[in-house]
Design a protein around this ligand. Structure first.
Ligand code: F6R
Length: 246
């Protein structure tokens, strides 16, 4: 647990930069949404050299018009590619607009495999316990595929759209097993709305009821939480007493 949400972003950026400086970052896995926004600002501010680094997004909505500003292709372009000065050919997002989405999922798996998988995967967690868009019930052996978003996820993501009915209800997402192939994982969670999912992921059963609990089966996972996101954890997990509510 870290003292502030800002510190969560800074620490995650430090992990990425250390891997980059050590020459171990051939591919960076990026999440979209609010959780990693600070990380991308920190990475841009670091003025590092990113030539040769491939970037892979976790997921993309299905059903948005091409070029929609809230498509994850557009978000990754705005928040990651442009600030880091990356070659667009090195930035990969699942093709949620493909006519054949199964083929697009398989093509994404091939692209990941051809580049040797992701070195550092940044992850947020949904209030449902999703990672990527793997909602409860997603198999731990799942690969990139089309999924239905949970009602809670659609409601949570409505903040990015003009009208709630504009939020897509499907997505093309890396599977739990796909995410598990990354060499290192950094999960970020900030805010009380994530506290229940964080507790389920870290202290509940390892089960498809909480896809983020699969992190406990991965090799190298760093979980960065602010006090609100950590507020329902047992102190044996955080090493600190639970913050007392004001
Ligand atoms: C986004 C993604 C999702 C988000 C999660 C948290 O690419 O895969 O798992 O990380 O929904 O979203 P925020 O950070 O907006 O709370």
């Amino acid at each position: 647990m870290l003292a502030t949400a800002e510190e969560v972003g800074r620490r995650a950026a430090r992990v990425v930069l250390e891997e980059l400086e050590a020459g171990r970052l051939a591919a960076l896995g990026v999440a979209t949404g609010s959780s990693p926004a600070r990380v991308y600002e920190e990475l841009a501010a670091a003025g590092a050299r990113w030539e040769g680094v491939e970037v892979f997004a976790l997921d993309e909505y299905v059903g948005l018009p091409p070029g929609h500003p809230e498509s994850y292709a557009a978000v990754v372009d705005r928040q990651v590619r442009a600030p880091l000065g990356l070659d667009p050919r090195r930035v990969h997002v699942p093709d949620g607009g493909a006519a054949d989405l199964d083929a697009a999922g398989a093509a994404y798996e091939r692209a990941l495999a051809e580049r040797g998988g992701v070195d550092v995967q940044l992850l947020g967690i949904g209030a449902t316990g999703h990672i990527g868009f793997n909602e409860p019930g997603s198999s731990f052996t799942s690969r990139t595929r089309v999924v239905e978003l949970a009602d809670r996820t659609v409601a949570d993501n409505a903040r990015f759209f003009d009208r709630p009915e504009d939020v897509p209800r499907r997505a093309l997402t890396q599977g739990v097993a796909t995410i598990g192939t990354a060499r290192r994982h950094v999960l970020l969670a900030q805010g009380a709305a994530k506290a229940g999912a964080v507790r389920a992921a870290l202290e509940g059963e390892v089960s498809t009821d909480c896809p983020a609990s699969a992190l406990r089966t991965f090799d190298d996972v760093l979980v960065l939480l602010d006090p609100a996101a950590a507020s329902l954890l047992d102190q044996r997990t955080t090493g600190r007493p639970r913050p007392v509510p004001a």
